[in-house]
Design a protein around this ligand. Structure first.
Ligand SMILES: [Mn+2]
Length: 199
């Protein structure tokens, strides 16, 4: 047990070092490391996940995709299982963005259970971030599309972990409704104007 605690702390330190120059997209540009720590925290505190390998993989989940870290480096420091889980949740950055998003939906159902837990926590945390503190340059349309894409990824892995899926569904409820609002707003503005011109 003590050894596993040591490995968890090692993963936090490793991820903090690798992401040290990166910031999140929120208006305050939060330190990137807050995001992997959020995932591990959601898994433990809200999902009641107790599998240390999953928590370590969550802490490291963006190191291959967003930093210079190599799979061999992960294996040497944390073992082959952690490396493989992180590889499973890593997009191929040589592909165009829309293709990567499409592949997440397609591959979701075929991920190992441990990778699906990391993926669930990642989507919960990302939707919470967009709902509470959206990226400054994201118009509402992009926020809505992000919510819907995340849902299609998660819908492909239903039955993995009901508690985490319920947390995802709860944050999905916060999906913005800009288009509906605009639809209603226009006639309300036009109405009184037309009545006035008729009288
Ligand atoms: Mn992530």
């Amino acid at each position: 047990m003590q050894f596993r605690h040591a490995l968890l702390l090692k993963a936090i330190a490793f991820a903090a070092e690798k992401h040290r120059h990166q910031r999140r997209k929120d208006p305050e540009a939060s330190p990137y490391i807050n995001h992997p720590i959020d995932l591990a925290n959601v898994l433990v505190q809200e999902g009641r996940v107790r599998d240390t390998t999953v928590l370590i993989a969550a802490l490291l989940h963006d190191t291959l995709e967003d930093t210079q870290t190599t799979p061999d480096e992960l294996a040497a420091a944390f073992g082959g299982e952690v490396r493989d889980i992180v590889l499973e949740v890593t997009d191929n950055k040589k592909l165009k963005k829309h293709k990567r998003k499409e592949l997440q939906v397609k591959h979701g159902p075929h991920l190992t259970r441990k990778a699906r837990l990391v993926k669930l926590a990642d989507k919960i945390c990302n939707l919470r971030d967009v709902a509470v503190n959206p990226p400054a340059r994201w118009p509402l349309k992009r926020q809505i599309e992000y919510f819907d894409w995340a849902k299609s990824v998660i819908d492909g892995m239903r039955g993995t972990h009901p508690r985490l899926e319920a947390l995802f569904d709860a944050v999905y409820e916060q999906r913005p409704h800009a288009l509906r609002w605009q639809h209603h707003a226009k006639p309300a503005v036009r109405g009184p104007h037309l009545r006035r011109s008729r009288s």
